[in-house]
Design a protein. Structure first.
Length: 317
């Protein structure tokens, strides 16, 4: 990597980062852009798919009892505009689902809105939307075993480049913590934008390098996620990309969590993410978690959290 993937600046500073999700401790070189503050992986491994093992997506799935599932359903209803007191209270106490919050902002009819989730995995988000009345739901992911229709959701084993041949246009396209995994972000985003219907929205959720967490933890900041994250934009970098792609930011909010502190502190201790997730629930809650959560909320209000959600539309020519 001889220049910044986002702003093309050649003013770069190297940084060595360990693979810590699975704890292999293999090191990778990232470059910090002195112009826009974004990060970029110097050299993409030829065997990149090997860093996405079968249990990669299991991190986002968990078995829940009926009470927790019921509360989550009310939380999600509230986020999608169906106001209710249970959802209101629990969204205040716990983190609101950022994807649902952004989708609700888009204000598209549930019965007719065509939604594409890129990097959908097993379709967790789309299946959730289906339960709340959305009808036309599609997901693509290159790491799926095969195409399938499941719980009202169409899932296909495809890459972004495969969308070039598609004639279908979508009202909402979602990249939830996916963009940072893609090579050639400008090329991929251009393809995606061409598949959005006029008046449609592009939702992007990404880690943000211009954060207090990266400033504090540097190479141990867990959102670098070497080598799976090929780049991590700063807030300035996001706006540079949007401007270069003729996109207008209609809405954005920071949504970082306590994980930016808890997980990163454990990375310093050499504890990989897989071991942190597999610890008993009672060991993962307590005063420290509450303290970190409140700290994360304060940083989010100041736009200093380590991740954010953006809703874009195409600028009128």
């Amino acid at each position: 990597m001889k220049k910044c993937i986002i702003c093309n600046s050649k003013k770069l500073k190297p940084m060595r980062v360990k693979e810590m999700m699975f704890g292999t401790n293999e090191t990778f070189e990232y470059m910090i852009c002195n112009t826009c503050g974004s990060l970029g992986l110097s050299e993409v491994p030829k065997n990149l798919e090997d860093y996405y093992p079968e249990n990669y997506y299991s991190f986002s799935n968990s078995n829940q009892n009926k009470l927790i599932s019921s509360i989550k359903h009310q939380k999600d209803k509230h986020s999608l505009g169906e106001k209710n007191i249970i959802g209101y209270i629990f969204n205040l106490i716990f983190s609101e689902d950022s994807n649902l919050k952004a989708i609700n902002y888009c204000n598209k009819a549930k019965s007719s809105a065509e939604i594409l989730d890129i990097g959908s995995g097993g379709g967790v988000l789309l299946k959730k939307l289906c339960k709340h009345g959305y009808k036309k739901l599609y997901g693509i992911d290159p790491y799926l075993e095969k195409d399938k229709i499941e719980d009202g959701v169409v899932l296909r084993k495809k890459k972004v480049s495969d969308l070039v041949k598609e004639k279908r246009k979508y009202d909402i396209v979602i990249l939830s913590h996916v963009l940072e995994h893609l090579q050639n972000p400008y090329k991929n985003l251009s393809i995606i934008i061409n598949n959005i219907r006029k008046g449609g929205k592009l939702i992007i959720r990404v880690p943000i390098s211009s954060s207090k967490a990266f400033e504090k933890f540097h190479k141990n900041w867990f959102q670098i996620d070497a080598p799976r994250h090929l780049f991590v934009p700063s807030l300035k970098g996001v706006y540079i990309m949007a401007n270069n792609l003729n996109l207008s930011c209609d809405y954005f909010f920071f949504d970082s969590t306590q994980a930016q502190f808890k997980v990163s502190h454990n990375y310093i201790k050499g504890i990989p993410l897989i071991k942190q997730i597999n610890t008993p629930l009672w060991k993962r809650i307590g005063i420290k978690r509450l303290f970190y959560s409140l700290k994360a909320r304060r940083l989010n209000k100041k736009s200093q959290g380590d991740q954010a959600t953006f809703v874009f539309s195409q600028k009128h020519m």
